[in-house]
Write a protein that binds this ligand. Structure first.
Ligand SMILES: NC(=O)C1=CN([C@@H]2O[C@H](COP(=O)(O)OP(=O)(O)OC[C@H]3O[C@@H](n4cnc5c(N)ncnc54)[C@H](O)[C@@H]3O)[C@@H](O)[C@H]2O)C=CC1
Ligand SMILES: C[N+](C)(C)CCCC(=O)O
Length: 514
């Protein structure tokens, strides 16, 4: 267990917001843009949006969207910081990242609380997210000092060497499901490699990433190295189109990913795309049933099911279909839904009213197409009156599913598991890969040869054997097919935030062919 934050840290946070650790008490008071080491209002913020608390449906405040001028100021400030930061050694950068990780650890409870208030996920899960976040900074702090090139001997004593260099000002654009964690997954390798970053969170979850910006400043990054611009699609477009932006790393939906890639193509900017999925989880009849059931719950119900790599197509071998279904339904019905800041809550509120309605719409459509609701799938109204306008639903398990149903083909991004029976390995692999997505996949079996054979055949970037949705930061994460490309986490991410320079050195005279 990690130490709880000391109380002396709380007033610093309360300086920008009135907050206690209770649902329905937070009020947004300070600006949410961050530029050159300070919170600021955007110079051209003409449009404002409300921020909601999913647990109560309450408006917590308003914030301003940034326009083209503000985006340009953020880029200029990041460019200036890049000049300083990129000249530091890997070890110097490492020390700053370690200090930032330490501060996150110290402020864990406060950040997790804010994440819960803004996203609606349970405080239990938010703490895990924050732990993964500081671990990510620690991991890349460790790699920063290990960035190195290659030495190559050439004829006559000549030689060449390679340098791995930073790209410049990188843009991070994030989704709302893991606001703080996504920002860390992008900024940690970016900064470790010597880049600056401008980050745009989802307009639904604008709050916690500004805390990260403050932490980086406190840890000692140059002012401007990590800036935050708030806004939606238009702000994101200004960022992607800016000529001084060297790279875009995006987490979000496939349609937006396509637009980001098109914009980046115009500027020949490299992109990393972490997009959606409809991942298969294959459960063979020789599995340890209890593990398979727990795996299916982990694969479907974290963060109210709003997880890109969820294994939402649960293929179960026919021999154990009944036993598995019975157990999974029993466990799903026991999930404690309610106030996300209450310690024993395990499922909080979905991100927004429209999203909740969209998820419920998928369930209605599934019923129309012949699926059977085995449990849940209804709105959930907690007893506590202050939560009655929150965006809650009961986690749902669907039986009698077929591969051609919408609930099996499309990403729902909510707590909805579809169970699909299968008979043979060959058949299930064919069906599992029959999707345009390719983010993740999982297999439960006690047969080790089969386990490795199955994951080798799965067309997915992140595969699990006998577990699902664990996320050690040492492991590269990213998709195949329409789920995107590039990798976050692991050593692999360093390649996506750096470029290779080759230096060819002549030790003799120049032999001209002319
Ligand atoms: N593979 C992964 O790691 C993850 C993927 N996702 C995917 O994200 C989706 C849910 O997240 P949303 O925030 O609704 O996705 P989204 O694609 O609507 O938005 C993601 C981000 O892109 C920004 N954006 C929207 N239009 C833009 C444009 N034209 N130019 C530049 N930026 C633009 C948004 O403001 C937001 O910050 C799901 O479909 C899910 O599959 C979500 C989390 C993780
Ligand atoms: C942390 N994990 C593995 C549950 C989800 C990470 C991917 C995402 O942002 O949806």
């Amino acid at each position: 267990m990690l130490p709880r934050p000391s109380l002396s840290l709380l007033p610093r946070f309360c300086a920008f917001a009135t907050m206690s650790s209770k649902t329905s008490t937070f009020h947004l008071q300070q600006p949410l843009n961050y530029r050159a080491g300070a919170r600021i209002q955007p110079v051209d913020g003409s449009h404002s949006e409300e921020v909601y608390e999913p647990a109560t449906g309450r408006v917590m405040g308003k914030f301003l969207f940034s326009g083209e001028k503000e985006v340009d100021l953020a880029v200029q400030s990041a460019k200036a910081a890049f000049k300083i930061w990129s000249q530091k050694s890997g070890m110097e950068r490492s020390r700053v990242l370690l200090e930032a990780a330490r501060i996150i650890r110290e402020r864990r409870e406060e950040i997790a609380t804010m994440e819960t208030i803004n996203n609606g996920k349970s405080i239990f899960e938010a703490r895990v997210d924050i732990d993964i976040s500081w671990q990510c900074l620690e991991y890349y702090a460790g790699l920063a000092g290990a960035i190195a090139g290659q030495h190559v001997q050439l004829p006559g004593g000549s030689f060449a060497y390679t340098r791995r260099e930073a790209l410049g000002v990188c843009v991070g654009i994030g989704a709302w499901n893991y606001p703080f964690q996504i920002a860390c997954w992008k900024s940690a390798p970016a900064l470790a490699c010597g880049n600056a970053m401008i980050y745009k969170p989802s307009p639904l979850t604008p709050i916690s990433v500004v805390m990260l910006a403050e932490i980086f400043t406190q840890a000692g990054v140059p002012n401007g190295l990590f800036n935050v611009v708030q806004g939606g699609a238009a702000t994101g477009q200004f960022l992607c189109q800016h000529r001084d932006v060297a790279k875009v790393s995006f987490t979000g939906s496939v349609p937006t990913g396509i637009k980001i890639m098109e914009m980046s193509a115009k500027g020949i900017k490299p992109v990393t795309l972490e997009l959606g999925g409809k991942s298969p989880l294959i459960i063979f009849s020789d599995s340890v049933l209890e593990n398979a059931v727990n795996g299916a719950l982990m694969a479907n119900f974290l963060t109210q099911g709003e997880v890109c790599c969820n294994g939402t197509r649960v293929f179960v071998q026919r021999e154990i279909l009944e036993a598995f279904t019975e157990e999974v339904v029993k466990h799903t019905q026991k999930i404690k839904i309610g106030d996300p800041l209450v310690e024993d809550t395990r499922m909080g509120a979905l991100i927004s009213r429209p999203h909740l309605e969209r998820v419920l719409g998928f369930i209605t459509q599934a019923k129309e197409q012949g699926a059977k609701v085995l449990c849940g799938g209804e709105l959930y109204v907690p007893d506590d009156p202050k939560l009655k306008n929150g965006y809650y639903m009961q986690p749902c398990v669907l039986g009698d599913c077929r591969d051609d149903m919408t609930c099996v083909k499309e990403e729902i991004f909510g707590p909805v598991m579809s169970i699909l029976p299968f008979d043979t390995e060959e058949e299930v692999l064919e069906r599992a890969n029959n999707t345009t997505f390719g983010l993740a996949g999982g297999v439960f079996t006690r047969d080790i040869q089969r386990a490795h054979r199955v994951v080798a055949a799965l067309q997915a970037g992140m595969c699990f054997i006998n577990n699902y949705n664990i996320s050690p930061v040492e492991l590269p994460f990213g998709g195949y097919k329409m789920s995107g490309f590039g990798r976050e986490n692991g050593q692999a991410a360093m390649e996506y935030y750096s470029q290779l320079k080759t230096v060819c050195v002549e030790m003799g005279d120049v032999e001209s062919v002319f």
